[in-house]
Design a protein around this ligand. Structure first.
Ligand SMILES: C[S@@+](CC[C@H](N)C(=O)[O-])C[C@H]1O[C@@H](n2cnc3c(N)ncnc32)[C@H](O)[C@@H]1O
Length: 292
Protein backbone atom coordinates (compact mmCIF):
# COMPACT_ATOMS: atom_id res chain seq x y z
CA UNK A 1 0.00 0.00 0.00
CA UNK A 2 1.33 3.49 -0.76
CA UNK A 3 0.23 6.98 0.30
CA UNK A 4 1.28 10.23 -1.36
CA UNK A 5 3.31 12.75 0.63
CA UNK A 6 5.23 15.92 -0.20
CA UNK A 7 8.97 16.49 0.02
CA UNK A 8 10.44 19.95 -0.03
CA UNK A 9 14.17 19.99 -0.94
CA UNK A 10 15.83 23.05 0.55
CA UNK A 11 19.32 24.21 -0.43
CA UNK A 12 21.38 27.35 0.07
CA UNK A 13 20.62 27.62 3.80
CA UNK A 14 23.23 28.58 6.36
CA UNK A 15 24.24 26.05 9.00
CA UNK A 16 23.80 28.68 11.73
CA UNK A 17 20.10 29.06 10.73
CA UNK A 18 19.38 25.37 11.35
CA UNK A 19 17.24 25.82 14.48
CA UNK A 20 15.22 28.70 13.01
CA UNK A 21 14.60 26.91 9.70
CA UNK A 22 13.51 23.64 11.30
CA UNK A 23 11.32 25.52 13.81
CA UNK A 24 9.74 27.51 10.95
CA UNK A 25 8.98 24.32 8.98
CA UNK A 26 7.42 22.53 11.94
CA UNK A 27 5.29 25.61 12.73
CA UNK A 28 3.94 25.38 9.16
CA UNK A 29 2.89 21.76 9.40
CA UNK A 30 6.03 19.77 8.49
CA UNK A 31 5.77 16.16 9.64
CA UNK A 32 9.51 15.52 9.58
CA UNK A 33 12.88 16.92 8.52
CA UNK A 34 15.89 15.04 7.23
CA UNK A 35 19.50 15.98 6.55
CA UNK A 36 21.91 13.69 4.68
CA UNK A 37 24.99 13.91 6.89
CA UNK A 38 28.51 12.93 5.94
CA UNK A 39 30.59 10.71 8.17
CA UNK A 40 34.22 9.79 8.57
CA UNK A 41 35.46 6.73 10.39
CA UNK A 42 38.79 7.38 12.03
CA UNK A 43 41.49 4.72 12.39
CA UNK A 44 40.94 3.90 15.98
CA UNK A 45 37.24 4.53 16.58
CA UNK A 46 34.42 2.24 15.61
CA UNK A 47 31.85 5.01 15.91
CA UNK A 48 31.90 7.34 12.88
CA UNK A 49 32.19 11.13 13.34
CA UNK A 50 29.69 13.49 11.71
CA UNK A 51 31.06 16.09 9.27
CA UNK A 52 28.99 19.29 9.07
CA UNK A 53 29.11 21.42 5.88
CA UNK A 54 28.57 25.21 6.13
CA UNK A 55 25.67 24.93 3.70
CA UNK A 56 22.59 23.30 5.19
CA UNK A 57 20.51 21.11 2.85
CA UNK A 58 17.27 19.71 4.18
CA UNK A 59 14.41 17.51 3.08
CA UNK A 60 11.18 18.63 4.73
CA UNK A 61 8.27 16.20 4.70
CA UNK A 62 4.58 17.17 4.65
CA UNK A 63 1.66 14.78 4.80
CA UNK A 64 -0.34 17.10 2.52
CA UNK A 65 0.60 20.03 0.30
CA UNK A 66 2.24 22.78 2.46
CA UNK A 67 0.16 25.94 3.09
CA UNK A 68 0.15 28.41 0.16
CA UNK A 69 2.02 31.15 1.99
CA UNK A 70 4.71 28.76 3.24
CA UNK A 71 7.25 29.19 0.40
CA UNK A 72 7.02 33.02 0.13
CA UNK A 73 7.40 33.32 3.90
CA UNK A 74 10.34 30.89 3.89
CA UNK A 75 12.17 32.80 1.14
CA UNK A 76 11.54 36.09 2.94
CA UNK A 77 12.84 34.72 6.23
CA UNK A 78 15.87 32.93 4.75
CA UNK A 79 17.10 34.83 1.66
CA UNK A 80 19.13 32.64 -0.69
CA UNK A 81 17.16 29.49 -0.01
CA UNK A 82 16.35 27.38 -3.08
CA UNK A 83 13.25 25.21 -2.72
CA UNK A 84 11.83 22.43 -4.87
CA UNK A 85 8.72 20.47 -3.98
CA UNK A 86 7.87 16.94 -5.13
CA UNK A 87 4.99 14.61 -4.48
CA UNK A 88 6.11 11.06 -3.73
CA UNK A 89 4.56 7.70 -2.92
CA UNK A 90 5.47 6.15 0.41
CA UNK A 91 6.94 2.64 0.30
CA UNK A 92 7.54 -0.06 2.82
CA UNK A 93 11.35 0.09 2.52
CA UNK A 94 11.97 -2.92 4.71
CA UNK A 95 9.65 -5.02 2.54
CA UNK A 96 11.37 -3.73 -0.63
CA UNK A 97 14.79 -4.57 0.79
CA UNK A 98 13.60 -8.02 1.84
CA UNK A 99 12.44 -8.72 -1.73
CA UNK A 100 15.99 -8.03 -2.97
CA UNK A 101 17.75 -10.21 -0.38
CA UNK A 102 18.04 -13.68 -1.95
CA UNK A 103 19.61 -16.92 -0.72
CA UNK A 104 23.24 -17.36 -1.84
CA UNK A 105 26.22 -19.67 -1.31
CA UNK A 106 28.39 -18.04 1.40
CA UNK A 107 31.25 -20.50 1.19
CA UNK A 108 31.32 -23.95 -0.43
CA UNK A 109 27.92 -25.57 -0.05
CA UNK A 110 26.96 -23.51 3.01
CA UNK A 111 24.29 -21.02 2.06
CA UNK A 112 22.80 -17.95 3.68
CA UNK A 113 19.03 -18.13 3.47
CA UNK A 114 16.85 -15.17 4.55
CA UNK A 115 14.54 -16.39 7.29
CA UNK A 116 11.42 -15.58 5.22
CA UNK A 117 12.46 -17.76 2.22
CA UNK A 118 12.52 -21.51 1.57
CA UNK A 119 15.94 -23.19 1.60
CA UNK A 120 17.00 -23.83 -2.04
CA UNK A 121 17.68 -27.46 -3.04
CA UNK A 122 21.38 -26.67 -3.75
CA UNK A 123 21.97 -25.56 -0.17
CA UNK A 124 23.37 -28.62 1.60
CA UNK A 125 23.73 -26.57 4.78
CA UNK A 126 22.07 -23.27 5.44
CA UNK A 127 22.50 -20.34 7.79
CA UNK A 128 19.08 -18.80 8.23
CA UNK A 129 19.36 -15.08 8.88
CA UNK A 130 16.95 -12.35 9.81
CA UNK A 131 19.40 -9.43 10.00
CA UNK A 132 17.09 -6.86 11.55
CA UNK A 133 19.36 -3.88 12.07
CA UNK A 134 22.51 -5.91 12.78
CA UNK A 135 25.56 -6.21 10.50
CA UNK A 136 25.97 -9.64 8.92
CA UNK A 137 23.70 -10.58 6.03
CA UNK A 138 26.71 -12.31 4.50
CA UNK A 139 26.71 -10.00 1.50
CA UNK A 140 29.54 -7.78 2.75
CA UNK A 141 33.02 -8.49 1.37
CA UNK A 142 34.51 -8.81 4.87
CA UNK A 143 31.97 -11.42 5.98
CA UNK A 144 32.58 -13.41 2.79
CA UNK A 145 36.33 -13.12 3.29
CA UNK A 146 36.01 -14.32 6.89
CA UNK A 147 33.76 -17.20 5.81
CA UNK A 148 36.25 -18.36 3.16
CA UNK A 149 39.21 -18.06 5.53
CA UNK A 150 37.30 -20.12 8.08
CA UNK A 151 36.04 -22.82 5.71
CA UNK A 152 39.04 -23.16 3.41
CA UNK A 153 42.05 -22.39 5.60
CA UNK A 154 41.24 -23.50 9.16
CA UNK A 155 39.94 -26.56 10.98
CA UNK A 156 36.89 -26.28 13.19
CA UNK A 157 36.04 -29.92 13.90
CA UNK A 158 35.82 -30.33 17.67
CA UNK A 159 37.28 -26.86 18.33
CA UNK A 160 36.24 -24.15 20.75
CA UNK A 161 35.64 -20.79 19.06
CA UNK A 162 35.29 -17.16 20.09
CA UNK A 163 33.54 -14.82 17.60
CA UNK A 164 34.22 -11.20 18.56
CA UNK A 165 31.75 -8.72 17.01
CA UNK A 166 29.21 -11.34 16.01
CA UNK A 167 26.61 -8.97 14.49
CA UNK A 168 23.79 -11.24 13.30
CA UNK A 169 25.73 -14.27 14.57
CA UNK A 170 26.48 -15.39 11.01
CA UNK A 171 30.11 -16.45 11.56
CA UNK A 172 29.29 -18.15 14.87
CA UNK A 173 26.62 -20.22 13.11
CA UNK A 174 29.07 -20.95 10.28
CA UNK A 175 31.61 -22.16 12.87
CA UNK A 176 29.03 -24.59 14.24
CA UNK A 177 28.31 -25.87 10.71
CA UNK A 178 32.05 -26.39 10.26
CA UNK A 179 32.08 -28.68 13.29
CA UNK A 180 32.98 -26.44 16.25
CA UNK A 181 32.00 -28.09 19.54
CA UNK A 182 31.44 -24.78 21.33
CA UNK A 183 31.15 -21.19 20.11
CA UNK A 184 31.05 -18.11 22.30
CA UNK A 185 30.31 -14.70 20.83
CA UNK A 186 30.53 -11.07 21.92
CA UNK A 187 28.96 -7.93 20.46
CA UNK A 188 28.96 -4.36 21.76
CA UNK A 189 25.62 -3.30 20.23
CA UNK A 190 22.69 -4.40 22.43
CA UNK A 191 20.24 -4.64 19.54
CA UNK A 192 22.64 -6.78 17.50
CA UNK A 193 23.04 -9.18 20.45
CA UNK A 194 19.25 -9.62 20.48
CA UNK A 195 19.24 -10.23 16.72
CA UNK A 196 22.07 -12.76 17.08
CA UNK A 197 20.20 -14.62 19.83
CA UNK A 198 17.08 -14.80 17.62
CA UNK A 199 19.17 -16.13 14.73
CA UNK A 200 20.61 -18.83 17.01
CA UNK A 201 17.06 -20.01 17.70
CA UNK A 202 16.17 -19.81 14.02
CA UNK A 203 19.14 -22.09 13.27
CA UNK A 204 18.52 -24.34 16.28
CA UNK A 205 22.14 -23.70 17.22
CA UNK A 206 22.97 -25.86 20.22
CA UNK A 207 26.56 -24.99 20.96
CA UNK A 208 26.61 -21.21 20.60
CA UNK A 209 26.37 -18.66 23.37
CA UNK A 210 26.09 -14.91 22.77
CA UNK A 211 27.51 -13.18 25.84
CA UNK A 212 26.20 -9.97 27.29
CA UNK A 213 29.79 -9.46 28.50
CA UNK A 214 32.58 -8.09 26.34
CA UNK A 215 35.88 -9.78 25.51
CA UNK A 216 37.60 -7.93 28.39
CA UNK A 217 35.36 -9.77 30.88
CA UNK A 218 35.74 -13.26 29.42
CA UNK A 219 37.96 -15.99 30.85
CA UNK A 220 39.50 -19.04 29.29
CA UNK A 221 41.11 -19.63 25.94
CA UNK A 222 39.75 -20.77 22.58
CA UNK A 223 41.19 -22.87 19.76
CA UNK A 224 39.95 -20.36 17.19
CA UNK A 225 39.30 -16.64 17.69
CA UNK A 226 37.50 -14.80 14.88
CA UNK A 227 37.09 -11.03 14.62
CA UNK A 228 35.62 -9.23 11.62
CA UNK A 229 35.79 -5.66 12.92
CA UNK A 230 37.24 -2.46 11.49
CA UNK A 231 41.06 -2.43 11.77
CA UNK A 232 41.32 0.35 14.38
CA UNK A 233 39.20 -1.69 16.79
CA UNK A 234 41.27 -4.81 16.10
CA UNK A 235 44.33 -2.77 17.11
CA UNK A 236 42.56 -1.64 20.29
CA UNK A 237 41.57 -5.22 21.11
CA UNK A 238 44.95 -6.80 20.31
CA UNK A 239 45.91 -7.79 23.85
CA UNK A 240 42.44 -9.19 24.59
CA UNK A 241 42.42 -11.21 21.37
CA UNK A 242 45.87 -12.62 22.21
CA UNK A 243 44.84 -13.44 25.77
CA UNK A 244 41.82 -15.47 24.64
CA UNK A 245 43.86 -17.59 22.18
CA UNK A 246 45.00 -21.11 23.13
CA UNK A 247 48.72 -21.92 22.89
CA UNK A 248 48.18 -23.71 19.59
CA UNK A 249 45.19 -21.61 18.54
CA UNK A 250 44.46 -19.63 15.41
CA UNK A 251 43.38 -16.00 15.16
CA UNK A 252 41.32 -15.06 12.09
CA UNK A 253 40.83 -11.34 11.48
CA UNK A 254 39.17 -9.36 8.70
CA UNK A 255 37.90 -5.81 8.43
CA UNK A 256 41.24 -4.30 7.48
CA UNK A 257 40.76 -1.62 4.82
CA UNK A 258 43.49 -2.12 2.20
CA UNK A 259 44.78 1.45 2.43
CA UNK A 260 45.25 1.04 6.18
CA UNK A 261 47.31 -2.12 5.93
CA UNK A 262 50.61 -0.30 6.76
CA UNK A 263 48.95 1.20 9.86
CA UNK A 264 47.60 -2.20 10.90
CA UNK A 265 50.95 -3.79 10.22
CA UNK A 266 52.74 -1.23 12.41
CA UNK A 267 50.25 -1.21 15.28
CA UNK A 268 49.12 -4.84 15.39
CA UNK A 269 51.39 -7.20 13.49
CA UNK A 270 54.69 -5.67 14.59
CA UNK A 271 53.55 -5.59 18.23
CA UNK A 272 52.18 -9.11 18.55
CA UNK A 273 54.20 -12.25 19.25
CA UNK A 274 51.75 -14.15 17.02
CA UNK A 275 53.05 -15.06 13.59
CA UNK A 276 51.34 -14.15 10.35
CA UNK A 277 50.46 -17.33 8.49
CA UNK A 278 48.75 -15.83 5.47
CA UNK A 279 47.12 -12.64 4.22
CA UNK A 280 43.88 -12.72 2.19
CA UNK A 281 41.98 -10.13 0.16
CA UNK A 282 38.44 -9.66 -1.06
CA UNK A 283 37.83 -6.42 -2.94
CA UNK A 284 39.21 -3.57 -0.85
CA UNK A 285 39.36 -5.59 2.35
CA UNK A 286 42.16 -7.66 3.82
CA UNK A 287 42.21 -10.48 6.31
CA UNK A 288 44.96 -12.33 8.16
CA UNK A 289 45.40 -15.63 9.91
CA UNK A 290 47.86 -15.61 12.83
CA UNK A 291 49.19 -18.40 15.03
CA UNK A 292 51.42 -18.46 18.11
C1 LIG B 1 31.86 -5.84 10.47
S1 LIG B 1 30.65 -6.30 11.63
C2 LIG B 1 30.82 -8.08 11.57
C3 LIG B 1 29.55 -8.82 11.86
C4 LIG B 1 29.65 -10.31 11.56
N1 LIG B 1 30.61 -10.95 12.42
C5 LIG B 1 30.05 -10.54 10.12
O1 LIG B 1 31.16 -11.00 9.89
O2 LIG B 1 29.25 -10.24 9.24
C6 LIG B 1 31.48 -5.88 13.15
C7 LIG B 1 30.65 -6.08 14.38
O3 LIG B 1 31.48 -5.88 15.51
C8 LIG B 1 30.78 -5.15 16.50
N2 LIG B 1 31.81 -4.53 17.36
C9 LIG B 1 32.51 -3.39 17.16
N3 LIG B 1 33.41 -3.19 18.15
C10 LIG B 1 33.28 -4.25 19.00
C11 LIG B 1 33.91 -4.64 20.23
N4 LIG B 1 34.87 -3.90 20.78
N5 LIG B 1 33.52 -5.79 20.81
C12 LIG B 1 32.54 -6.55 20.26
N6 LIG B 1 31.88 -6.22 19.12
C13 LIG B 1 32.26 -5.10 18.49
C14 LIG B 1 29.90 -4.22 15.71
O4 LIG B 1 28.80 -3.76 16.44
C15 LIG B 1 29.50 -5.10 14.52
O5 LIG B 1 28.31 -5.81 14.77
Amino acid sequence: MSNPYFVLNLQGLKRQDEDQVTGFCFEHGAAGIHEDLKFIQEFDHYEPKTVYDDELKLKVYFESSPPEDFLPLLVAAFPGVVAEINQEESQDWLELWKKGFKAFALTGDIWVVPSWLETPADAKKSIRIDPGLAFGTGTHETTQLAADMMAKHCTFQGQSVLDVGTGTGILAILAEHLGARLVEATEIVDLAREVAKENLQLNQAKNIKVHDMQIQQLDGVFDVVIANIIDGVLIELREQLEARLADDGVLIMTGIWHERWPHFDQHFLQKTKLKKVERFQNGDWLGVILRP
